[in-house]
Design a protein around this ligand. Structure first.
Ligand code: BG6
Length: 473
């Protein structure tokens, strides 16, 4: 009997966070403002003119000052990899300067020192929903072609400074989310309701060219650097077997596929060009753009996976909740406290689909359950959280990853989202927690910021130590 397929020996187990959601210190050591600093309620409330005290992201969980303690906790769990983003406005406070801010660069040197101490591989997101606010207000973010140059300078600065210590890079977090959240994702200042599709798709084009260009620069700096794209992945299922529903689901998936198709295949797919034609959109694409896209495709594909959704063209639409986008409710699935459908099998589906489509190594760089946690006293008298619901969620998803590996899919690693509790991207709440580590901070900003190990902490440590053998099928 052949041995069951399992996780490869060099599988990268770890967790993920983003600067704007955990660093805090929003104006320390020369840092400029980012779009997040004027989003006190995430995407569910209005933007502010300037930072306001109710914006929990300004202080985050104060990783900026507590990074040693936090990285030690990640090491205690046996992390092989830690995904984090660099705050663009720490390095280029306004975004259009020619010289970087040394104090900002030095902070990430210190973080990398600490990771190196424990042998944890860094995975760096270059841009995670934190466009410098100045670029948003002065240039209208990615709607302006000059953003490509600013991003190239920023990316080159990072590759040259950290390229000897950081092998894995992601260009834009959930690049396809710009379709739904143009301000948070693309720094586009024009209100969503007033933004023309012409401008939106042109902004997308600029981001795609910038991503390819960053890949070129990374490979120039060192051929050892590996650059990936990052897609918000949602499998869309037809609500019924009616062929019109099947087609509707396919169209919804293609909205997301487009981004991977360009990153991996180096050109816009025919179905996308047709969509532009149908909408009467003519993009400004130069010969240079085409060459850049074609010649500098990604080394791997990464994605976030939280949920699946349904689509229909024939039934009444009951809108589903979802991670920045959604379709219609799948009546067969349970949902999280925030209405996101829980679908471990969808992860196997997406892994197989992406592998079949692109044949590139895949990296799951976000997955997890946002839930309200209750702090209790553990058997040894220290505070903890009995988060069996989180353990179940992650166990069931990881079992499906193992299935996909057995299906022949090449998966490099898995970084669960929000490995330490942080501020939510969509709702800017602290109470939407994902972590193995509880942070004492509340939605009203009170709390000591103390860290406590949840029960999932020990569970994940065992999963990593056993290379997945402790998972329960
Ligand atoms: C992804 C983002 O969309 O989902 C993260 O990349 C985000 O930044 C995560 O935090 C979970 O979403 P939320 O809204 O629950 O924080």
């Amino acid at each position: 009997m052949p041995a069951p397929m399992t996780f490869p020996n060099d599988f990268l187990w770890g967790g993920a966070l983003a600067a704007n959601q955990y660093e805090g210190a929003y104006d320390a050591d020369g840092k400029g403002l980012s779009v997040q600093d004027v989003m006190p309620q995430g995407i569910v409330g209005p933007r502010a003119e300037a930072p306001t005290p109710d914006n929990l992201k300004l202080e985050g969980i104060d990783f900026y000052h507590r990074y040693k303690e936090d990285i030690a906790l990640l090491a205690e769990m046996g992390f092989k990899v830690f995904r984090f983003s660099i705050a663009w406005s720490r390095i280029f406070p306004k975004g259009d300067e020619t010289e970087p801010n040394e104090a900002g660069l030095a902070f990430y040197d210190r973080v990398l020192d600490e990771l190196e101490k424990y042998g944890i591989e860094p995975l760096v997101t270059i841009s995670h929903y934190e466009t410098p606010l100045h670029l948003s207000r002065e240039y209208n973010g990615w709607a302006d072609r000059r953003m490509i140059g600013f991003f190239e300078r920023y990316a080159r600065t990072l590759f040259e400074r950290y390229g000897r210590r950081v092998k894995y890079w992601l260009t834009f977090n959930e690049i396809n989310s710009v379709l739904h959240e143009p301000f948070m994702s693309g720094g586009i200042n024009t209100p969503k309701e007033e933004l023309s599709e012409q401008d939106l798709y042109q902004a997308i084009h600029h981001e795609l060219v910038a991503s390819a260009s960053a890949t070129r620069i990374a490979h120039e700096v060192s051929p050892d650097l590996k650059v990936g794209c990052m897609i918000l992945a949602i499998p869309f299922y037809p609500l019924t077997p009616d062929p019109r529903d099947v087609w509707a689901a396919k169209q919804a998936e293609r909205d997301n596929y487009t981004f991977g198709d360009v990153h991996v295949r180096g050109a816009y797919p025919g179905y996308f060009l047709r969509k532009l034609r149908d909408k009467g959109i003519e993009l400004d694409i130069t010969e240079d753009d085409r060459r850049t896209l074609a010649e500098h495709t990604v080394d791997f594909v990464s994605f976030s996976y939280y949920m699946s959704s349904c689509e229909t063209a024939t039934q009444e639409r009951e809108a589903s909740g979802g991670n920045l986008m959604g379709g219609v409710v799948n009546p067969t699935l349970e949902v999280s406290q925030w209405g996101w459908a829980i679908d471990p099998r969808g992860l196997r589906t997406i892994l197989n689909d992406y592998w079949d489509r692109w044949g590139k190594p895949l990296f799951i760089v976000e997955n997890g359950l946002g839930a309200r946690d209750e702090l209790i006293t553990g058997p040894d008298g220290t505070p903890t959280v009995a988060d069996d619901y989180r353990i179940d969620y992650m166990n069931d998803h990881l079992v499906q990853v193992r299935e996909a590996i057995a299906d022949g899919v090449q998966v490099i690693g898995y970084t669960s989202w929000g490995c330490i509790d942080c501020v939510s991207a969509s709702t800017a709440q602290m109470s939407k927690r994902y972590g193995f580590i509880y942070v004492d901070r509340n939605d009203d900003g009170t709390g000591t910021l103390e860290r406590y190990r949840k029960q999932s902490f020990g569970w994940y440590r065992d999963v990593i130590a056993s290379n997945g053998a402790s998972l329960k099928a």
